[in-house]
Design a binder for this molecule. Structure first.
Ligand SMILES: C[S@@+](CC[C@H](N)C(=O)[O-])C[C@H]1O[C@@H](n2cnc3c(N)ncnc32)[C@H](O)[C@@H]1O
Length: 248
């Protein structure tokens, strides 16, 4: 789904934002101050929402074998794998997919040859769906855990690469103290990622500049990955930001 927006308007995660590289209507509650609480709360920021989504997708997978939605589309996965390939990330590097959803990105990583990959999600039905898809693909060596990234229960640490595709966006829409939750996200990320480790984030709710601000403490921007652009009324912009940070 491609959405064209006037220049200056923002894309944002919406219930129909999955599958395409552009998203729905901005959920902003007004002027954006980076680091502030700029998004209107939404069901997409709650675990209840994701539990319901993945329970439904699990039933669909069991009945029809359909793997469900891939957030930001297939190209968003290829873009990340291309970067990992270009930067010669070793195939045995430990990779964490934060908020893995249906785990399809883990499947792609494993098919590409990565052998030390972990997916976490706070939704048990997402992890069940990921497990079913991984099993059907006949893949082994993929670790899955039900984990709230904001309240990690285990000694999850030592990752060389952390991936986020839409999870920081979802957390930003939490109706209950999103600003605090974003800060906790950065703390959790610092805890699980090795020094000099890479953090690859794809977002439809935050611009490059805002993400730079959110991850200013302890992370530096290495690269902005090209994403499709839209144009309208003489202006052009990108509806999705894909950035690579390195932990300092
Ligand atoms: C937009 S979906 C993206 C799913 C997947 N990364 C993809 O690209 O298809 C957001 C995911 O983040 C998960 N999530 C949200 N908050 C989380 C948290 N605090 N801890 C772990 N997972 C979380 C949701 O359950 C959901 O699977």
């Amino acid at each position: 789904m491609a959405v064209q927006r006037p220049s200056g308007a923002r894309s944002g995660m919406s219930a129909d934002a999955s599958g395409g590289d552009a998203a729905g209507v901005a959920a902003r509650s007004g002027a954006v101050s980076p680091g502030g609480d700029g998004f209107a709360p939404s069901a997409l920021g709650t675990q209840e929402h994701w539990d319901a989504v993945y329970e439904r997708e699990l039933r669909t997978f069991q009945e029809y074998g359909d793997r469900g939605e891939i957030w930001f589309g297939e190209e968003s996965m290829n873009r990340l794998i291309r970067w990992m390939q270009k930067h010669k990330i070793p195939l045995d590097a430990s990779v964490l997919d934060i908020g893995t959803g249906n785990g399809v990105f883990l499947v792609e990583l494993a098919k590409f040859g990565f052998s030390n990959i972990t997916g976490i999600d706070y939704s048990p039905s997402a992890i069940q769906l990921s497990g079913s898809i991984i099993e059907k693909e006949g893949l082994s060596n993929i670790k899955l855990k039900v984990e709230d990234f904001l309240n990690l229960s285990t000694k999850l640490s030592g990752f060389h690469v952390c991936i986020d595709k839409g999870t920081f966006d979802a957390i930003s829409l939490n109706p209950d103290g999103a600003a605090e939750k974003r800060k906790q996200y950065v703390k959790s990320l610092s805890r699980v990622l090795n020094v000099k480790g890479f953090f690859l984030i794809t977002s439809c709710n935050w611009t490059k500049e805002e993400l730079l601000d959110e991850f200013s403490e302890g992370f530096e921007l290495l690269e902005e990955l090209p994403t499709p652009t839209f144009s309208f009324g003489g202006g052009s912009g990108s509806s999705v930001a894909a950035l690579v940070f390195q932990k300092t």
